[in-house]
Design a protein around this ligand. Structure first.
Ligand SMILES: [Zn+2]
Length: 377
């Protein structure tokens, strides 16, 4: 029986819906402790985090992942119990199979296999897990990063096990992610009767021209690795429902996914200068979802690419698209960050699945990365 598969199945059987870890990290910690890891459980608020390290000196390579999963959605739409990993043809179905308990299981088994082979170590190995990646991520990796900084610990290489593959295991890895900034704008007018517009101030009318300008905002990417950054409006609400009332305000939500060429400050200032140009009376709330990052040093990128090539015989594409991940918290510390995991076609969906044979592939590729980065051979 495949060891990685067994461990993945055990983790999937734990109902670890964010922020509940449901015992997953304890299972992993006890496996790692057995092979000589130093274990620290870091609980912040209701979020469980695990920091486990092996080795005494040298740069540290860290596997980063999460034990939490998104809710199942309508349970009767699943073909099988989402918390019982069920093999169906070439796939294994269950919540967290792809995002990302298979990767987490392969972290553990690849380290076990690597240490069994008695390589001579030139670095350290770390495993960093949180139970709040899918949620607000306030008490997760961001807090652990603060803790590590206080300890003077600096991560050199970080492999995030998020599902990145497209059609085949290893065909896509991520070497960066866009940043995300959101805003809610409240355009303030004066409510009144439609028959007396001179006694009111219609926010729909006053906002119509700036709305067009906002929706045309675009920031060019200069790195050559990202798409240009564009603004998207996700919600636009105004009106009282009555047809004879000029509304008193208008609410708009927007988001920009941006490349490292454009800072959040630049985006804020471009948006606010449009509002000011048209003398809009507004309130605005900003939320910075994550800073963009791009890994440009080649040690980790090449180790991942070469390992995939050796195990699967394919050349991965380096991508920067998709949403954010916990890599956003590690990259600003100066670590090289690369994301690589199984196929992502079914993540967060009903009947989430992974190709069962990819668990062995993940184990072998992760082990090869360890050999390349932290051992002499
Ligand atoms: Zn994930």
């Amino acid at each position: 029986m495949n060891n990685t598969l067994d461990l993945a199945k055990l983790l999937i059987s734990k109902k670890s819906v964010t922020p509940d870890d449901a015992g997953c990290q304890e299972i992993i910690a006890s496996r790692l402790k057995k092979i000589g890891f130093h274990i620290e459980h870091l609980k912040f608020g209701e979020v469980d985090n695990l920091w486990a390290t092996y080795g005494d000196s040298g740069p540290i390579f860290v596997f980063l992942g999460h034990t939490d999963v998104v809710p199942t959605g309508p349970i009767d739409e699943w073909d099988s119990d989402p918390f019982i990993a069920t093999e169906k043809g070439p796939f294994m179905v269950g919540r967290g199979t792809a995002d990302m308990k298979s990767s987490v299981a392969a972290f553990v088994t690849s380290i076990e296999d690597f240490l069994k082979e008695n390589h001579s170590l030139i670095g350290r190995i770390g495993v960093l897990l949180t139970s709040d990646e899918e949620g607000p991520a306030i008490n997760g990796i961001s807090k652990v990063v603060d803790y590590l900084e206080k300890k003077g610990e600096k991560i050199s290489w970080c492999l995030v096990g998020e599902p990145t593959s497209d059609n085949r295991l290893g065909d896509v890895i991520k070497i960066g992610r866009r940043g995300s900034i959101s805003a809610r704008i409240n355009v303030i007018g004066t409510q009144g009767h439609v028959a007396y517009p001179d006694k009111a101030n219609n926010p729909i009318h006053s906002f119509s021209v700036p709305l067009v300008e906002l929706s045309n905002l675009k920031w060019k990417d200069q790195t050559g690795e990202f798409q240009d950054s564009v603004l998207q409006i996700s919600n636009l609400n105004s009106g009282t429902g009555a047809t004879n009332v000029i509304p008193g305000n208008l609410l708009l939500d927007l988001n920009v996914r941006h490349s490292p060429s454009t800072s959040a400050e630049e985006i804020k200032s471009d948006i606010e200068s449009i509002l000011k140009k048209y003398h809009i009376n507004y309130e605005i709330d900003w939320v910075i979802g994550g800073k963009p990052f791009l890994t440009t040093e080649l040690d980790l990128i090449n180790a991942v690419k070469d390992s995939i090539n050796e195990v699967k015989g394919i050349e991965p594409v380096c991508s920067t698209d998709g949403g954010t991940s916990d890599g956003r918290f590690i990259a600003p510390t100066g670590a090289q960050v690369v994301e690589f995991g199984p196929g992502n076609a079914s993540i967060h969906k009903v009947n989430e699945s992974v190709r069962t044979e990819d668990l062995e592939g993940l184990n072998a590729i992760y082990k090869t990365i360890l050999i390349k980065l932290v051992s002499e051979s």
